[in-house]
Structure formats: structure tokens, C-alpha cells
Design a protein around this ligand. Structure first.
Ligand SMILES: [Zn+2]
Length: 247
């Protein structure tokens, strides 16, 4: 469902999600993508895919959390039309408590096909289904506390420790979270009728990173994770079954 995005729950460390966006310490100047499509076409593609992914994501979410508050699984889909932003997609929580999946316009201009849109949507829905935002906030707070205490112990500015500790803490599990979201993304995009292997091809175009502060696991790990998950999905499909979502 399309609606105006009221509120971004998270900023900086919490928001970034997709392989094409640079990590926090490896910012590179944004260059215009080589392949561009018109905004109208890009948004039409997004609407077409979200119409198929939304019911699948909501139904999977509700079957995993049958007694959770109703808005938890009520996904909204947004496009952030800021042509200056590098390609990105992320999940946030709206003021009404609903999860919102947002693609910016340059992400929509650079994806190659519907399979990629569906996989990224499924990945972002996966962050909600695995309840990553709450866990990230908890990790960030713990990291900030430890960082602050360390700085006080060595007589340095505690605020510097709070900032650095918070940043590291907030990302302590993010590589694990990204792979978990990739597993869920493979299930959801497959259930919506797309091929997760084609959907994850974007990883081959982006550079993974092993840096301490990078939020994203190396592309190889992500491709391997999607391949393994898709093998399980397809094996179940061959038996006439639907593979349960595990992450
Ligand atoms: Zn992510």
C-alpha cells in the first residue's frame, strides 16, 4: 500500500540496508548510474512488484506471529524521490507503528529487473520479520555505554567514546542480520513468484566489505546464503511443499 512516509524511525547506522549503499566509513562520491530509466517507469515497476510481494510478506509475517499487534505485519511501501541520494533501500517504522519499506529513486533507476526489486523488498521485510530494529537499538545502547566507560577510564572525552561505541555496537550484529534478511528475502521473493537467484545478482555488481565498521557482509557470503536458501526452497517445491521460513 502506498502512503506518505510520516516518520523515519532510524537514521545513519540503523537505516542503511542494501548492498549498493556504501558503508559508514567508506563513503564514495555518488556517480550517476550508467543505466537510467524514467522515474515514471521506475515507479511503475516498483508498484507492480510491491503488489505481489506485499500480500506474501504480510501473510508470512502473520503466520509467524499469529498473536502480535495487527500493525506489525501491515507493510507500507514508499518511494523517496530525492535524485541526489545514492541508490538505497531501507526499512523503518512509521508513526502508526507499521513497517515501511522505502526505495529511493536512484535505487529504482539502477535495479536491473523485477526479480531484484522483489528480492530487496523481501530482504527489507525480512528485517521486520526478524525484529532487527529493536535488537539494533539494544546493541547500540550497550556499545555506547561500554565506549563511554572506556573513554572515562583512560581520561578521554566520554562523548567520543559514546559516539564510537554506539556506532560499533549498533553494527555488532548487522552482518549477521543482513544474512538473516537475505534468507527471508529469498523465501518471500520466491513465494511472490520471482527467482531469488536472479534477484541476488545485484550483489555481483557491488563490492562487499570486511571492514570493522561496515554494515554489509562480503558479496560472496550473501550470494552463497541466497544459493543455499534457494536450494532448500526449490527442493521443497519439487516435493509439492512450501519451505518454512527460517533465518
Ligand atoms: Zn538489510
Amino acid at each position: 500500500m502506498f502512503r506518505r512516509l510520516m516518520f523515519f524511525f532510524c537514521a545513519t547506522a540503523l537505516s542503511a540496508c542494501v548492498a549498493t549503499e556504501p558503508g559508514p566509513v567508506s563513503q564514495t562520491p555518488y556517480e550517476e548510474p550508467v543505466v537510467q530509466r524514467s522515474d515514471t517507469k521506475a515507479i511503475a515497476n516498483y508498484r507492480r512488484v510491491s503488489a505481489r510481494v506485499e500480500p506474501v510478506a504480510e501473510s508470512a509475517c502473520r503466520s509467524l506471529y499469529p498473536s502480535i499487534r495487527i500493525e506489525f505485519c501491515d507493510f507500507g511501501f514508499e518511494v523517496l524521490n530525492d535524485p541526489k541520494q545514492p541508490p538505497n533501500a531501507f526499512q523503518s517504522i512509521g508513526r502508526d507503528g507499521r513497517p515501511v519499506i522505502t526505495f529511493n529513486i536512484n535505487m529504482l533507476r539502477t535495479v536491473k529487473n523485477d526479480h531484484e526489486i522483489a528480492f530487496i523488498m523481501g530482504h527489507e521485510a525480512g528485517h521486520q520479520i526478524a525484529q532487527h530494529i529493536n535488537q539494533k537499538v539494544g546493541n547500540a545502547n550497550t556499545g555506547a555505554l561500554i565506549g563511554g566507560l572506556l573513554m572515562v577510564a583512560i581520561g578521554a572525552d566520554p562523548q567520543a567514546g559514546l559516539d564510537l561505541g554506539g556506532m560499533i555496537g549498533g553494527q555488532a550484529y548487522s552482518k549477521k542480520f543482513e544474512l538473516q534478511a537475505d534468507r527471508i528475502g529469498a523465501h518471500l521473493s520466491s513465494r511472490a513468484g520471482y527467482d531469488p537467484l536472479i534477484g541476488a545478482e545485484s550483489f555481483r555488481r557491488t563490492q562487499g566489505s570486511n571492514g570493522l565498521l561496515s554494515t554489509h557482509p562480503p558479496s560472496y557470503d550473501r550470494i552463497q546464503t541466497v544459493e543455499q536458501t534457494t536450494a532448500v526452497i526449490n527442493a521443497a517445491k519439487a516435493r509439492g511443499e512450501v519451505a518454512p521460513i527460517v533465518w
